[in-house]
Design a protein around this ligand. Sequence first.
Ligand code: FPP
Length: 236
Amino acid sequence: MNLPKNLPRHIAIIMDGNGRWAAQRKLSRIKGHEKGAQTVRTIVRTCARIGVKELTLYAFSRENWKRPRLEILFLMSLLKKYLVKERAELMKNNIIFKTIGRIDELPAGVRKEIQENIRLTARHTGLTLRLALNYGSRTEIVDAARRLATEVKKNNLKINQISEKKFARCLYDPSMSDPDLLIRTGGNMRVSNFLLWQISYAELWVTPTLWPDFKPEDLSRAIRDYAQRERRFGGL
Ligand code: FPP
């Protein structure tokens, strides 16, 4: 893989297009999600190998609860299977596993496997793989506001001490850096309530390629495009 030196430190991905991939093949949406899970495996492995530090994947949004019950059940069971099946891969590749989102509202079986992966990988030093699960960015911001308000109420914090830095520390993962590159597959030009606070200065890269068809070569193209952009963070 031909890669530039200035790799994005943190890549975030909106994995879209599983349903369309399946429809194109006259398969059920479930088959699209299954194939999508295989893409997750390949892309995680690639990021670990090339030295990306953080990879954050939008795996299940709060809005996804509006889908048909059977599809939700399938996604939860796929997620649970994935968490168990990929454990060896996380161990072998020195990957740290984390999540963001309202994890306490997920099924108990899924929560158990999440906790196990977090525990087993806590001492690793390679890629941080972060799955956004039952995640919504506005909810995350509201949850942070609640935490800050509680601190003010307890007299641990004064209102004029609330800064961007303090606010960011109350988001779901205080150790998370802002994404440098946000990739969206499936062609839609929107951010769909994903990391609204954190993507303030991220470079956006949208591809019509559907997530099940997304290959390491596509990732490499996104990274090369990113590396050629000049990031100014509002300066000159
Ligand atoms: C979007 O496709 C995909 C999702 C609902 C979330 C991503 C889920 C996966 C990649 C599968 C499993 C993930 C893990 C981590 C095991 P869509 O159904 O919205 O596609 P469409 O826009 O074509 O309908």
